[in-house]
Design a protein around this ligand. Structure first.
Ligand code: ATP
Ligand code: MG
Length: 470
Protein backbone atom coordinates (compact mmCIF):
# COMPACT_ATOMS: atom_id res chain seq x y z
CA UNK A 1 0.00 0.00 0.00
CA UNK A 2 1.42 3.39 -0.82
CA UNK A 3 1.08 6.29 1.46
CA UNK A 4 -0.64 9.13 -0.35
CA UNK A 5 0.64 11.93 1.80
CA UNK A 6 3.26 11.71 4.44
CA UNK A 7 2.48 15.21 5.60
CA UNK A 8 0.33 15.26 8.64
CA UNK A 9 -2.97 16.99 8.80
CA UNK A 10 -2.63 18.95 12.02
CA UNK A 11 -5.64 18.23 14.13
CA UNK A 12 -6.70 20.42 16.99
CA UNK A 13 -6.01 19.06 20.43
CA UNK A 14 -3.38 16.55 19.36
CA UNK A 15 -0.87 15.85 22.09
CA UNK A 16 2.55 17.19 21.18
CA UNK A 17 4.29 13.82 21.36
CA UNK A 18 1.78 12.02 19.14
CA UNK A 19 3.18 11.55 15.66
CA UNK A 20 1.28 12.79 12.64
CA UNK A 21 -0.76 10.11 10.90
CA UNK A 22 0.23 8.50 7.67
CA UNK A 23 -2.70 8.96 5.35
CA UNK A 24 -3.55 6.33 2.74
CA UNK A 25 -6.17 7.88 0.53
CA UNK A 26 -9.02 5.99 -1.11
CA UNK A 27 -6.92 4.95 -4.08
CA UNK A 28 -4.02 3.77 -1.94
CA UNK A 29 -5.75 1.00 0.02
CA UNK A 30 -7.97 -1.87 -0.93
CA UNK A 31 -10.99 -1.16 1.26
CA UNK A 32 -14.19 -0.86 -0.72
CA UNK A 33 -17.43 0.28 0.82
CA UNK A 34 -19.13 -2.76 -0.66
CA UNK A 35 -17.19 -4.88 1.84
CA UNK A 36 -18.47 -2.89 4.83
CA UNK A 37 -21.62 -3.95 6.62
CA UNK A 38 -24.63 -1.83 5.58
CA UNK A 39 -25.57 -1.09 9.17
CA UNK A 40 -22.06 0.07 10.01
CA UNK A 41 -22.18 2.40 6.98
CA UNK A 42 -25.56 3.75 8.13
CA UNK A 43 -24.12 4.60 11.54
CA UNK A 44 -21.00 6.19 10.04
CA UNK A 45 -23.03 8.37 7.66
CA UNK A 46 -25.53 9.46 10.26
CA UNK A 47 -22.76 10.51 12.66
CA UNK A 48 -21.02 12.40 9.88
CA UNK A 49 -24.23 14.09 8.74
CA UNK A 50 -24.76 15.28 12.32
CA UNK A 51 -21.37 16.99 12.17
CA UNK A 52 -19.32 14.38 14.00
CA UNK A 53 -16.09 12.70 13.07
CA UNK A 54 -16.78 8.99 12.38
CA UNK A 55 -14.35 6.21 11.51
CA UNK A 56 -14.33 2.47 11.24
CA UNK A 57 -11.58 1.18 13.51
CA UNK A 58 -10.04 -1.98 14.93
CA UNK A 59 -10.66 -5.45 13.53
CA UNK A 60 -12.94 -4.17 10.76
CA UNK A 61 -10.20 -2.09 9.12
CA UNK A 62 -7.44 -4.61 9.90
CA UNK A 63 -9.32 -7.57 8.43
CA UNK A 64 -10.45 -5.67 5.32
CA UNK A 65 -6.84 -4.64 4.64
CA UNK A 66 -5.85 -8.30 4.98
CA UNK A 67 -8.59 -9.30 2.56
CA UNK A 68 -10.44 -11.17 5.30
CA UNK A 69 -14.07 -10.91 6.28
CA UNK A 70 -14.36 -8.96 9.55
CA UNK A 71 -16.15 -10.57 12.47
CA UNK A 72 -17.69 -7.27 13.50
CA UNK A 73 -17.44 -3.58 12.69
CA UNK A 74 -16.43 -1.15 15.42
CA UNK A 75 -16.83 2.59 15.07
CA UNK A 76 -14.94 5.41 16.79
CA UNK A 77 -16.30 8.93 16.93
CA UNK A 78 -15.94 12.30 18.65
CA UNK A 79 -19.61 12.13 19.64
CA UNK A 80 -20.13 11.25 23.30
CA UNK A 81 -22.21 8.14 24.12
CA UNK A 82 -25.10 10.41 25.05
CA UNK A 83 -24.87 12.24 21.71
CA UNK A 84 -24.84 8.88 19.91
CA UNK A 85 -27.95 7.85 21.78
CA UNK A 86 -29.73 11.01 20.66
CA UNK A 87 -29.02 10.19 17.03
CA UNK A 88 -30.23 6.57 17.10
CA UNK A 89 -33.50 5.33 18.46
CA UNK A 90 -32.15 1.76 18.43
CA UNK A 91 -29.27 2.59 20.75
CA UNK A 92 -28.33 1.51 24.26
CA UNK A 93 -25.42 2.58 26.40
CA UNK A 94 -23.43 -0.16 28.07
CA UNK A 95 -20.37 -0.68 30.28
CA UNK A 96 -19.09 1.10 33.34
CA UNK A 97 -15.41 0.35 33.01
CA UNK A 98 -15.57 1.35 29.37
CA UNK A 99 -18.75 3.19 28.41
CA UNK A 100 -19.97 2.47 24.87
CA UNK A 101 -22.99 2.89 22.65
CA UNK A 102 -24.51 -0.14 20.97
CA UNK A 103 -26.64 0.59 17.93
CA UNK A 104 -28.88 -2.42 17.44
CA UNK A 105 -30.22 -3.65 14.09
CA UNK A 106 -31.99 -6.92 14.88
CA UNK A 107 -29.19 -9.40 15.61
CA UNK A 108 -26.52 -7.06 14.31
CA UNK A 109 -24.95 -4.77 16.90
CA UNK A 110 -22.65 -1.93 15.88
CA UNK A 111 -20.37 -0.81 18.69
CA UNK A 112 -19.70 2.92 18.80
CA UNK A 113 -16.90 4.14 21.07
CA UNK A 114 -16.04 7.76 21.79
CA UNK A 115 -12.38 8.72 21.23
CA UNK A 116 -10.56 8.15 24.53
CA UNK A 117 -7.74 10.14 26.08
CA UNK A 118 -4.94 8.16 27.72
CA UNK A 119 -4.82 8.08 31.48
CA UNK A 120 -2.02 10.15 33.01
CA UNK A 121 1.29 8.44 33.66
CA UNK A 122 1.41 9.93 37.14
CA UNK A 123 -1.74 8.06 38.08
CA UNK A 124 -3.85 11.19 38.28
CA UNK A 125 -7.34 9.80 38.80
CA UNK A 126 -9.03 12.97 37.55
CA UNK A 127 -12.66 13.08 38.50
CA UNK A 128 -13.29 9.38 38.64
CA UNK A 129 -13.49 8.82 34.91
CA UNK A 130 -10.15 7.01 34.86
CA UNK A 131 -8.84 4.61 37.50
CA UNK A 132 -5.83 2.33 37.83
CA UNK A 133 -5.35 -0.51 40.29
CA UNK A 134 -2.23 -0.93 42.42
CA UNK A 135 -0.72 -3.27 39.81
CA UNK A 136 -1.25 -0.64 37.12
CA UNK A 137 -4.43 -2.20 35.75
CA UNK A 138 -6.98 0.08 34.09
CA UNK A 139 -10.19 -0.06 36.11
CA UNK A 140 -12.06 2.72 34.36
CA UNK A 141 -11.29 4.40 31.08
CA UNK A 142 -13.90 7.01 30.31
CA UNK A 143 -12.02 10.22 29.63
CA UNK A 144 -12.78 11.41 26.14
CA UNK A 145 -10.11 12.81 23.85
CA UNK A 146 -8.96 13.29 20.27
CA UNK A 147 -8.52 10.68 17.56
CA UNK A 148 -4.73 10.91 18.01
CA UNK A 149 -5.08 10.14 21.69
CA UNK A 150 -7.57 7.39 20.93
CA UNK A 151 -5.12 5.72 18.56
CA UNK A 152 -2.26 5.45 21.04
CA UNK A 153 -4.33 3.94 23.81
CA UNK A 154 -5.41 0.99 21.70
CA UNK A 155 -3.59 -2.34 22.05
CA UNK A 156 -1.73 -3.29 18.85
CA UNK A 157 -0.57 -1.10 15.97
CA UNK A 158 -2.61 -3.17 13.49
CA UNK A 159 -5.74 -2.49 15.57
CA UNK A 160 -5.30 1.29 15.56
CA UNK A 161 -6.10 1.98 11.90
CA UNK A 162 -9.02 4.29 11.11
CA UNK A 163 -11.11 4.29 7.95
CA UNK A 164 -12.48 7.83 7.81
CA UNK A 165 -15.97 8.07 6.31
CA UNK A 166 -15.33 11.74 5.47
CA UNK A 167 -12.91 11.01 2.61
CA UNK A 168 -12.56 7.17 2.68
CA UNK A 169 -8.89 7.39 3.65
CA UNK A 170 -7.09 5.12 6.11
CA UNK A 171 -5.30 6.98 8.92
CA UNK A 172 -2.34 5.30 10.60
CA UNK A 173 -0.94 6.92 13.75
CA UNK A 174 1.21 4.03 14.96
CA UNK A 175 2.78 2.28 11.95
CA UNK A 176 0.07 -0.38 11.81
CA UNK A 177 0.01 -0.61 8.01
CA UNK A 178 3.73 -1.37 7.88
CA UNK A 179 3.40 -3.95 10.63
CA UNK A 180 0.46 -5.53 8.82
CA UNK A 181 2.49 -5.75 5.63
CA UNK A 182 5.46 -7.21 7.54
CA UNK A 183 3.20 -9.65 9.42
CA UNK A 184 4.22 -8.38 12.85
CA UNK A 185 2.04 -7.97 15.92
CA UNK A 186 3.37 -5.08 17.98
CA UNK A 187 2.01 -3.30 21.04
CA UNK A 188 1.64 0.45 20.67
CA UNK A 189 4.18 2.58 22.54
CA UNK A 190 7.72 1.88 23.61
CA UNK A 191 7.00 0.07 26.85
CA UNK A 192 5.19 -3.23 26.27
CA UNK A 193 5.35 -4.13 29.94
CA UNK A 194 3.28 -1.13 31.01
CA UNK A 195 0.73 -1.84 28.28
CA UNK A 196 0.34 -5.43 29.46
CA UNK A 197 0.11 -4.41 33.11
CA UNK A 198 -2.65 -1.95 32.23
CA UNK A 199 -4.67 -4.83 30.86
CA UNK A 200 -3.27 -8.37 31.11
CA UNK A 201 -5.98 -9.62 28.74
CA UNK A 202 -3.87 -8.06 25.98
CA UNK A 203 -1.59 -11.09 26.40
CA UNK A 204 -4.44 -13.37 25.35
CA UNK A 205 -5.36 -11.01 22.53
CA UNK A 206 -1.76 -11.20 21.30
CA UNK A 207 -1.92 -14.99 21.18
CA UNK A 208 -5.29 -14.94 19.42
CA UNK A 209 -4.43 -12.38 16.73
CA UNK A 210 -1.05 -13.99 16.03
CA UNK A 211 -2.61 -17.45 15.69
CA UNK A 212 -5.68 -16.38 13.73
CA UNK A 213 -3.97 -13.97 11.36
CA UNK A 214 -0.67 -15.84 11.05
CA UNK A 215 1.37 -12.97 12.50
CA UNK A 216 4.68 -13.02 14.36
CA UNK A 217 4.61 -11.48 17.82
CA UNK A 218 7.34 -8.82 18.09
CA UNK A 219 10.30 -10.00 20.20
CA UNK A 220 9.90 -7.34 22.89
CA UNK A 221 6.22 -8.24 23.27
CA UNK A 222 7.06 -11.93 23.56
CA UNK A 223 9.59 -11.19 26.29
CA UNK A 224 7.07 -9.09 28.22
CA UNK A 225 4.40 -11.80 27.99
CA UNK A 226 6.79 -14.47 29.28
CA UNK A 227 7.48 -12.27 32.27
CA UNK A 228 3.95 -11.11 33.04
CA UNK A 229 1.93 -14.28 32.31
CA UNK A 230 1.20 -14.82 36.05
CA UNK A 231 -0.84 -11.57 35.98
CA UNK A 232 -3.60 -13.58 34.31
CA UNK A 233 -4.53 -14.55 37.87
CA UNK A 234 -5.57 -10.93 38.56
CA UNK A 235 -8.13 -10.78 35.74
CA UNK A 236 -11.82 -11.10 36.61
CA UNK A 237 -13.00 -14.69 35.89
CA UNK A 238 -16.06 -13.44 34.00
CA UNK A 239 -13.91 -11.45 31.57
CA UNK A 240 -11.67 -14.48 31.03
CA UNK A 241 -14.67 -16.61 30.10
CA UNK A 242 -15.31 -14.37 27.09
CA UNK A 243 -11.65 -14.20 26.13
CA UNK A 244 -11.15 -17.96 26.34
CA UNK A 245 -14.13 -18.50 24.05
CA UNK A 246 -12.67 -16.00 21.57
CA UNK A 247 -9.33 -17.82 21.68
CA UNK A 248 -10.67 -21.31 21.20
CA UNK A 249 -13.39 -20.32 18.76
CA UNK A 250 -10.98 -18.33 16.60
CA UNK A 251 -10.55 -21.12 14.04
CA UNK A 252 -6.94 -21.51 15.20
CA UNK A 253 -7.54 -23.13 18.58
CA UNK A 254 -4.79 -25.76 18.31
CA UNK A 255 -2.17 -23.06 17.69
CA UNK A 256 -3.66 -20.96 20.49
CA UNK A 257 -3.26 -23.85 22.95
CA UNK A 258 0.39 -24.35 21.94
CA UNK A 259 1.09 -20.65 22.30
CA UNK A 260 -0.75 -20.24 25.62
CA UNK A 261 1.37 -23.07 27.01
CA UNK A 262 4.59 -21.71 25.55
CA UNK A 263 4.01 -18.36 27.26
CA UNK A 264 2.83 -19.84 30.56
CA UNK A 265 -0.66 -18.40 30.07
CA UNK A 266 -2.60 -21.67 30.16
CA UNK A 267 -1.66 -22.72 33.68
CA UNK A 268 -2.94 -19.60 35.53
CA UNK A 269 -6.31 -19.96 33.81
CA UNK A 270 -6.67 -23.74 33.91
CA UNK A 271 -4.49 -24.97 36.79
CA UNK A 272 -6.03 -28.44 37.09
CA UNK A 273 -5.97 -29.18 33.39
CA UNK A 274 -2.37 -27.97 33.18
CA UNK A 275 -1.40 -30.21 36.11
CA UNK A 276 -3.09 -33.20 34.48
CA UNK A 277 -1.07 -32.63 31.28
CA UNK A 278 2.20 -32.56 33.18
CA UNK A 279 1.84 -36.12 34.47
CA UNK A 280 4.87 -38.01 33.11
CA UNK A 281 2.86 -41.12 32.21
CA UNK A 282 -0.56 -39.99 31.11
CA UNK A 283 -0.09 -36.29 30.47
CA UNK A 284 0.54 -36.63 26.75
CA UNK A 285 -2.57 -38.67 26.05
CA UNK A 286 -4.74 -36.35 28.13
CA UNK A 287 -3.48 -33.31 26.28
CA UNK A 288 -3.96 -35.15 23.00
CA UNK A 289 -7.66 -35.49 23.72
CA UNK A 290 -7.93 -31.72 24.14
CA UNK A 291 -5.95 -31.22 20.92
CA UNK A 292 -8.35 -33.56 19.05
CA UNK A 293 -11.30 -31.60 20.40
CA UNK A 294 -9.78 -28.27 19.42
CA UNK A 295 -8.91 -29.58 15.96
CA UNK A 296 -12.51 -30.63 15.55
CA UNK A 297 -13.65 -27.17 16.72
CA UNK A 298 -11.30 -25.48 14.23
CA UNK A 299 -12.70 -27.59 11.40
CA UNK A 300 -16.26 -26.71 12.37
CA UNK A 301 -15.50 -22.98 12.64
CA UNK A 302 -13.67 -22.94 9.33
CA UNK A 303 -16.60 -24.78 7.72
CA UNK A 304 -19.01 -22.18 9.10
CA UNK A 305 -20.70 -24.61 11.52
CA UNK A 306 -21.88 -23.76 15.03
CA UNK A 307 -19.82 -24.50 18.12
CA UNK A 308 -20.77 -24.73 21.73
CA UNK A 309 -18.77 -23.23 24.64
CA UNK A 310 -19.98 -26.06 26.90
CA UNK A 311 -18.32 -28.64 24.64
CA UNK A 312 -15.06 -26.72 24.89
CA UNK A 313 -15.12 -26.62 28.69
CA UNK A 314 -16.16 -30.26 28.86
CA UNK A 315 -13.02 -31.09 26.84
CA UNK A 316 -10.62 -28.84 28.79
CA UNK A 317 -11.76 -30.23 32.14
CA UNK A 318 -12.28 -33.86 31.18
CA UNK A 319 -8.93 -35.11 32.50
CA UNK A 320 -9.32 -33.35 35.89
CA UNK A 321 -12.78 -34.90 36.31
CA UNK A 322 -11.52 -38.37 35.44
CA UNK A 323 -8.61 -38.00 37.87
CA UNK A 324 -10.83 -36.76 40.68
CA UNK A 325 -13.45 -39.47 40.11
CA UNK A 326 -10.78 -42.18 40.03
CA UNK A 327 -9.35 -40.94 43.34
CA UNK A 328 -12.78 -41.01 44.99
CA UNK A 329 -13.53 -44.48 43.62
CA UNK A 330 -10.16 -45.69 44.90
CA UNK A 331 -11.32 -44.30 48.24
CA UNK A 332 -14.30 -46.70 48.16
CA UNK A 333 -16.82 -44.11 47.00
CA UNK A 334 -19.45 -45.80 44.78
CA UNK A 335 -19.07 -44.92 41.11
CA UNK A 336 -22.07 -42.66 40.50
CA UNK A 337 -21.66 -40.41 43.56
CA UNK A 338 -17.93 -40.33 42.90
CA UNK A 339 -18.54 -38.90 39.41
CA UNK A 340 -21.12 -36.44 40.72
CA UNK A 341 -18.72 -35.16 43.34
CA UNK A 342 -15.83 -35.02 40.92
CA UNK A 343 -17.81 -32.98 38.39
CA UNK A 344 -19.04 -30.57 41.04
CA UNK A 345 -15.65 -30.01 42.62
CA UNK A 346 -13.77 -29.56 39.33
CA UNK A 347 -16.32 -27.00 38.12
CA UNK A 348 -16.36 -25.24 41.46
CA UNK A 349 -12.58 -24.84 41.47
CA UNK A 350 -12.45 -23.83 37.82
CA UNK A 351 -14.78 -20.86 38.20
CA UNK A 352 -12.31 -19.23 40.58
CA UNK A 353 -10.01 -18.49 37.63
CA UNK A 354 -12.21 -18.61 34.52
CA UNK A 355 -15.92 -18.47 35.18
CA UNK A 356 -18.43 -20.68 33.39
CA UNK A 357 -21.97 -19.28 33.39
CA UNK A 358 -24.45 -21.75 34.81
CA UNK A 359 -26.30 -22.20 31.53
CA UNK A 360 -23.08 -23.67 30.14
CA UNK A 361 -21.81 -25.57 33.19
CA UNK A 362 -25.09 -27.48 33.29
CA UNK A 363 -24.48 -28.66 29.73
CA UNK A 364 -20.85 -29.50 30.56
CA UNK A 365 -22.14 -31.87 33.26
CA UNK A 366 -24.67 -33.41 30.90
CA UNK A 367 -21.97 -34.13 28.31
CA UNK A 368 -19.84 -35.80 31.00
CA UNK A 369 -22.78 -37.76 32.43
CA UNK A 370 -23.63 -39.07 29.00
CA UNK A 371 -20.21 -40.70 28.68
CA UNK A 372 -21.00 -43.41 31.22
CA UNK A 373 -24.47 -43.87 29.79
CA UNK A 374 -23.20 -44.22 26.23
CA UNK A 375 -20.71 -46.80 27.43
CA UNK A 376 -23.31 -48.88 29.28
CA UNK A 377 -26.67 -48.69 27.62
CA UNK A 378 -27.95 -51.40 25.32
CA UNK A 379 -31.41 -52.46 24.25
CA UNK A 380 -34.37 -50.12 24.41
CA UNK A 381 -32.48 -47.73 26.68
CA UNK A 382 -29.97 -47.08 23.93
CA UNK A 383 -32.80 -46.03 21.63
CA UNK A 384 -34.16 -43.68 24.28
CA UNK A 385 -30.74 -42.13 24.63
CA UNK A 386 -30.85 -41.11 20.96
CA UNK A 387 -33.60 -38.67 21.96
CA UNK A 388 -31.59 -37.11 24.80
CA UNK A 389 -31.27 -33.36 24.17
CA UNK A 390 -27.48 -33.58 24.49
CA UNK A 391 -27.09 -36.88 22.66
CA UNK A 392 -25.18 -35.36 19.72
CA UNK A 393 -22.75 -33.51 21.96
CA UNK A 394 -22.22 -36.58 24.16
CA UNK A 395 -21.74 -38.80 21.12
CA UNK A 396 -19.26 -36.38 19.49
CA UNK A 397 -17.38 -36.22 22.77
CA UNK A 398 -17.25 -40.03 22.99
CA UNK A 399 -15.88 -40.29 19.45
CA UNK A 400 -13.21 -37.69 20.14
CA UNK A 401 -12.23 -39.68 23.20
CA UNK A 402 -12.02 -42.76 21.01
CA UNK A 403 -9.68 -40.93 18.63
CA UNK A 404 -7.42 -40.00 21.51
CA UNK A 405 -7.35 -43.57 22.87
CA UNK A 406 -9.61 -42.74 25.83
CA UNK A 407 -12.62 -44.82 24.67
CA UNK A 408 -13.25 -47.82 22.47
CA UNK A 409 -13.48 -46.83 18.79
CA UNK A 410 -15.91 -49.74 18.29
CA UNK A 411 -18.27 -48.12 20.77
CA UNK A 412 -18.27 -44.88 18.82
CA UNK A 413 -18.85 -46.87 15.65
CA UNK A 414 -21.77 -48.74 17.22
CA UNK A 415 -23.53 -45.45 18.02
CA UNK A 416 -22.71 -44.15 14.54
CA UNK A 417 -24.28 -47.25 12.96
CA UNK A 418 -27.31 -47.06 15.22
CA UNK A 419 -28.05 -43.51 14.06
CA UNK A 420 -27.70 -44.44 10.43
CA UNK A 421 -30.25 -47.28 10.52
CA UNK A 422 -33.97 -46.90 9.97
CA UNK A 423 -36.33 -47.76 12.80
CA UNK A 424 -36.48 -51.50 12.00
CA UNK A 425 -32.72 -51.63 11.63
CA UNK A 426 -32.28 -49.93 14.99
CA UNK A 427 -34.62 -52.38 16.69
CA UNK A 428 -32.72 -55.25 15.14
CA UNK A 429 -29.42 -53.78 16.25
CA UNK A 430 -30.32 -53.26 19.89
CA UNK A 431 -31.99 -56.68 20.09
CA UNK A 432 -29.24 -58.69 18.48
CA UNK A 433 -26.31 -56.61 19.64
CA UNK A 434 -25.13 -56.58 16.03
CA UNK A 435 -23.47 -53.80 14.10
CA UNK A 436 -20.43 -53.65 16.32
CA UNK A 437 -22.31 -53.57 19.63
CA UNK A 438 -19.96 -53.01 22.53
CA UNK A 439 -19.07 -56.15 24.42
CA UNK A 440 -17.24 -56.53 27.65
CA UNK A 441 -13.51 -56.87 27.14
CA UNK A 442 -13.43 -54.92 23.88
CA UNK A 443 -12.79 -51.61 25.54
CA UNK A 444 -9.67 -49.94 24.27
CA UNK A 445 -9.09 -52.96 22.02
CA UNK A 446 -11.45 -52.61 19.08
CA UNK A 447 -10.29 -51.64 15.64
CA UNK A 448 -11.65 -48.41 14.28
CA UNK A 449 -13.81 -48.65 11.21
CA UNK A 450 -13.19 -45.28 9.72
CA UNK A 451 -16.37 -44.17 8.05
CA UNK A 452 -19.57 -42.39 8.84
CA UNK A 453 -19.64 -39.66 11.42
CA UNK A 454 -16.94 -41.07 13.60
CA UNK A 455 -14.54 -38.61 15.11
CA UNK A 456 -16.89 -35.91 16.20
CA UNK A 457 -17.93 -34.80 12.74
CA UNK A 458 -21.56 -34.58 13.75
CA UNK A 459 -23.37 -31.47 14.82
CA UNK A 460 -23.45 -32.11 18.54
CA UNK A 461 -21.34 -29.08 19.24
CA UNK A 462 -23.57 -26.78 17.35
CA UNK A 463 -26.96 -27.03 18.95
CA UNK A 464 -28.98 -24.60 16.89
CA UNK A 465 -25.92 -23.55 14.96
CA UNK A 466 -26.09 -20.14 16.56
CA UNK A 467 -22.64 -20.04 18.09
CA UNK A 468 -22.79 -19.62 21.84
CA UNK A 469 -26.33 -20.83 22.29
CA UNK A 470 -27.16 -24.36 23.26
P1 ATP B 1 -12.06 -9.07 16.55
O1 ATP B 1 -13.34 -8.27 16.64
O2 ATP B 1 -11.78 -9.64 15.23
O3 ATP B 1 -11.91 -10.03 17.66
P2 ATP B 1 -10.88 -6.53 17.19
O4 ATP B 1 -9.48 -6.01 17.04
O5 ATP B 1 -11.94 -5.78 16.44
O6 ATP B 1 -10.84 -8.04 16.79
P3 ATP B 1 -12.44 -5.97 19.52
O7 ATP B 1 -12.45 -6.69 20.81
O8 ATP B 1 -13.66 -5.98 18.67
O9 ATP B 1 -11.20 -6.55 18.71
O10 ATP B 1 -12.00 -4.49 19.84
C1 ATP B 1 -12.05 -3.45 18.87
C2 ATP B 1 -10.82 -2.56 19.00
O11 ATP B 1 -10.79 -1.98 20.31
C3 ATP B 1 -9.48 -3.27 18.89
O12 ATP B 1 -9.09 -3.43 17.55
C4 ATP B 1 -8.58 -2.34 19.64
O13 ATP B 1 -8.23 -1.21 18.87
C5 ATP B 1 -9.45 -1.88 20.78
N1 ATP B 1 -9.32 -2.76 21.96
C6 ATP B 1 -10.06 -3.84 22.26
N2 ATP B 1 -9.66 -4.41 23.41
C7 ATP B 1 -8.64 -3.68 23.85
C8 ATP B 1 -7.80 -3.74 25.00
N3 ATP B 1 -7.95 -4.71 25.90
N4 ATP B 1 -6.83 -2.79 25.13
C9 ATP B 1 -6.70 -1.80 24.21
N5 ATP B 1 -7.43 -1.69 23.11
C10 ATP B 1 -8.41 -2.60 22.92
MG1 MG C 1 -14.00 -6.13 16.55
Amino acid sequence: MTESSSESIPRPGAAAEVPAPRVYDRGAHGISRAAIDDNALKVLYRLRDAGHRACLVGGGVRDLLLGREPKDFDIATDATPEQVRELFRNCRLIGRRFRLAHVVFGRDVIEVATFRAPHDEDGDEDDGRVALSEEGRILRDNRYGTIEQDAVRRDFTINALYYDIEDFSVLDYTGGVEDLEAGVLRLIGDDPETRLREDPVRMLRAVRFAAKLGLRIAAEVEAAIHELAPLMRTVAPARLFDEVIKLFHSGAAVTCLDELERFGLFEPMFPEAAASFSDPEQGRARRQFLVESLRNTDTRINDGLGVNPAFLYAAILWAPVQIRAAALIADEEPEIPAWQQAMASVLERQVRTVSIPRRFSQVVREIWELQARLERHRGARALRLLGHPRFRAGYDFLCLRARAGDADPALCQWWTDLQERDEDGQQAMVKSGSGGAPRKGRRRGGRRRGRGKQGGQGDGQGGDGGGASV
